[in-house]
Design a protein around this ligand. Sequence first.
Ligand SMILES: Cc1cc2nc3c(=O)[nH]c(=O)nc-3n(C[C@H](O)[C@H](O)[C@H](O)COP(=O)(O)OP(=O)(O)OC[C@H]3O[C@@H](n4cnc5c(N)ncnc54)[C@H](O)[C@@H]3O)c2cc1C
Ligand code: SF4
Length: 336
Amino acid sequence: MKEFAYHRPTDAASAVALLAQSPGARYLAGGTNLVDLMKLGVETPDLLVDLGALPFTTVEPLTDGGLCIGAGVRNSDLAAHPYVRAHHPVLSQALLSGASGQLRNAATVGGNLLQRTRCLYFQDVTKPCNKRLPGTGCPARTGVHRDLAVLGASGHCVATHPSDLAVALAALDATVDTLSATGPRTLSINRLHRLPGNHPDHEHRLLPGELILSVGLPAPAPDTRSGYRKVRDRASFAFALASAAAVLAVEDGRVTHVALALGALAAKPWRATTAEQALLGGPATEAAFGRALDLELTAAEPLPGNGFKVPLARNLATRLLTDLATGEQAPRRETR
Ligand SMILES: Cc1cc2nc3c(=O)[nH]c(=O)nc-3n(C[C@H](O)[C@H](O)[C@H](O)COP(=O)(O)OP(=O)(O)OC[C@H]3O[C@@H](n4cnc5c(N)ncnc54)[C@H](O)[C@@H]3O)c2cc1C
Ligand code: SF4
């Protein structure tokens, strides 16, 4: 591994200043993704700025019913937080479906949102990859792409974003509070990650060195239920092949509120706005949910090896919405 310098600032402004002085620097949170990539030679920072001493480690319910989640909160702590379990089960379930207990104890909210794709070619520095080395090509299109995107991809990249947390946050209309050399700002989680287009190396809309301080959740909409479902190759310690996060309210058999996000299908959490529009005000039935998902997934452009993800996502999201509508409890997925 390449030698690097190390700093552990105690305030956000100092952390941002350190990154501004050193374009080759990286923030280090739990290190569960960054350190792996350093060992593989994919990341070669000359400075690590450890965020472990920053004061963004609390989950704070707000007086308006919202929630402020520090970027340094560990995935395990957020999943187990009583307010989250009571008011945002979709968030707790998404976190508990990710990685393993040990990883969740180390991984942070900020790091989970900015973790990199698990595309095999991206992680192998002997292979070309437009995301890692722009202009070198995308071997995944004709090679191994079973896990990769069916929505929003481009000829330059078909990678998916691996985070479960981000999918739940997309359905919850979360916001991300940041600090950069130009000052603080807030952006919608649905604008944080980017589709690849001509520049798959531009994965998100943060400025160089911009630090995530916290994630904000609005107050839960009245009478809503929420849940997260994930399909993966094994029951624990595996990334999603498809996932769905939903927040739903039903009154007199009609959908009065719906927010739906699909995971592992694109380079960002896929907010299913077409399905949402089709459902709002209509019947809360399995047939209607299935039709809305069919409409959403007409945008899918699968590759020869990952077409199975389209019906998988369709059926998974339809089942989730149906169970939320009928009050069925989503099965708990507490993994080891
Ligand atoms: C075997 C394995 C299985 C996994 N399975 C899953 C899974 O099923 N679902 C899932 O969602 N995840 C999964 N993960 C990913 C794991 O959750 C991530 O590695 C973890 O969330 C990253 O968090 P971290 O705090 O360790 O980030 P780090 O590795 O420290 O950082 C990741 C990136 O985020 C940047 N960063 C970190 N914090 C900030 C901040 N506050 N502001 C700006 N930039 C920041 C870093 O510079 C780095 O680029 C898995 C990981 C492994 C190793
Ligand atoms: S899909 Fe994206 S990350 Fe994977 S090889 Fe192609 S360009 Fe690289």
